[in-house]
Design a protein around this ligand. Sequence first.
Ligand code: GLY
Length: 340
Amino acid sequence: MAWRARARGLSVVVLERGSFGAGTSRVAAGMLAPVAEADAGERPLLALGLESARRWPAFAEELIEVTGLGLDYRRCGTLLLARDRDEAEALERERALRERMGLRVERLLPSAARRLEPALAPTLRGALDLPDDHVVDPRLVCAALARAAEEAGAVLRAGVEVDDLAALPAEQVVVAAGPWSGAFGDEARVRPVKGQSLRLRDPAGPGLVERVVRWDGGYLAPRHDGRYVLGATTEERGFDTAVTAGGAYELLRDAGELVPGVLELEVEEVLAGLRPGTPDNAPILGRSQADERVVWATGHYRNGVLLAPVTADIVVAELAGEPVEHAFGPARFARAGAAA
Ligand code: GLY
């Protein structure tokens, strides 16, 4: 948002309580996966995710071009996996749903999936190929965005905690405080949803799996250098970020069943982060009804990295006085409450 706001000629200061990209973004896997995440009840969110995925290639290209930094953007596709008959039947329902939505999806026999990814277990019961779901490294993206924003003339201040928006000497304030946004007003109907994950490394280098692989309850996302993100639990535990033996055990047990080679990898990090969840799993974007200086950019739940380009475009249009029509404003919860 800061980078794009500078391109519109706005003067920008970014205030960050800790260091840049050290919160939710540091823990995010970086899956650009609107198709894998698609849910029948969340059509507006799917449309927003698809739109942002469409913007990602140009966004990444421009970011690489202006910074000279890599993002590890892999147009690798995603496989959804089934371990048993029930999961294979569920996968067939998922395939039919995506086909009805006009999304690219192909059913694969276990043998065909194992030809694509030989590390998959022989016990695999079925798979779907989603060629349009990609992955990027959010830590690299954050570093590149900080540099791009600074080079474009934004002022970045780390280690500055904001208690009171009214005290900020700015014409407009964007609140992008993720799961902590609720501290800045009731409109930010955001709650923390804990996710534990592991960072694994293959000393033999890349190649165990080339694609993102996902199953009911988890995923394995490859980086270019033999590192993998194995995620993630979904836990409603407030602001607790403890890593637990049970969390790591469940992830490794499930991954080991589907990709046995995972159990040979080295563990580099065990992490817990907080997703900013909302009542409808969609982000909160746009001008506050309570304070016209405030614009919300929060509540991205499982899709913050995917939704970055479209969020920047929507929010910066709002800041520039040229708001675009969309269904993700903060007023939707007040309307839902009134209707109920
Ligand atoms: N987007 C993946 C996760 O939230 O775990």
